[in-house]
Design a protein around this ligand. Structure first.
Ligand code: PXP
Length: 245
């Protein structure tokens, strides 16, 4: 069965848009991403994914600490390959780490980690995580050179970046899907576990799920967006009922 890691970053984006670390009215600061994680687990999430970015624009360290204590599934920490984040991961000991490129000005993670260019830095990260028994995945584009190097550096897992596929249309989209299929085959042949993520939604999932050898998908924005749509009716009804008891 294909596993689902729910990325809860954007529950924190909504909270930070209003509160930015300040306390709320009567001490209520909402939404609480940890509660969103627990509800996701109750609904069948196989893991919870967070990206602790250098600029702390959404998930905060206190969120990660609470998640570490309360979730019952697996914590997957997405992080940049820096000495600070390596030290942080070693002290947190999440079940999994996903190494991603990070650029302060980007809206979201644009493009995969270039393992070929950053070989030594990535190797240091993989070696440290392997020694600590933390399963490391490398978030890479579906490029054979990246897949081969991930295997050579002994990363046990890769996460294929599905963003280019998700953003493309027509023939370009078919070509991106073919790249993902080829990369997944090559990765499986090389003994890598194959995850995928970025831009996966309720429409393209029917196609994404056909990529061979997939183990886990990490999905965030589309699930959070869908939760707003499916939850808005109940939220309005409840407020109206409290206004007019
Ligand atoms: N996987 C990785 C490594 C990511 O960086 C992201 C985005 O933070 C995701 C999955 C989830 O992408 P989306 O929010 O588009 O579902």
């Amino acid at each position: 069965m294909l596993l689902l890691g729910v990325n809860i970053d954007h529950a924190a984006t909504l909270r930070e848009a209003r509160y930015r670390g300040a306390s709320g009215p009567g001490g209520i600061v909402e939404p609480d991403p940890v509660t969103v994680a627990l509800l996701s687990e109750q609904a069948g999430a196989d893991g919870i994914t967070v990206h602790l970015r250098e600029d702390r624009r959404h998930i905060q360290e206190h969120d990660v600490r609470r998640l570490r204590e309360v979730i019952a599934t697996r914590l997957n920490l997405e992080m940049a390959c820096t000495p600070e984040m390596i030290a942080y991961a070693l002290s947190l000991k999440p079940e999994a780490v996903c190494v991603v490129p990070e650029n302060r000005t980007e809206i979201t993670t644009e493009g995969g980690l270039n393992v070929v260019v950053h070989r030594e830095r990535v190797k240091a990260c993989v070696d440290a995580m392997n020694a600590a028994g933390i399963a490391t995945s490398l978030f890479i584009d579906p490029d054979p050179a990246q897949v081969e190097l991930a295997a050579e550096l002994r990363a046990p897992v890769i996460e294929l970046h599905t963003g280019a596929y998700a953003n493309a249309t027509g023939a370009a989209r078919a070509a991106e899907l073919a790249r993902l299929v080829a990369a997944a085959r090559l990765a499986a042949q090389s003994g890598l576990t194959v995850n995928a993520g970025h831009g996966i939604n309720y429409v393209n999932i029917s196609e994404v799920r056909t990529i061979p050898h997939l183990h886990e998908l990490n999905i965030g924005h589309s699930i959070m967006s869908r939760a707003l749509l499916t939850g808005i009716g109940e939220a309005v009804r409840e407020m109206k009922a409290r206004m007019n008891p």
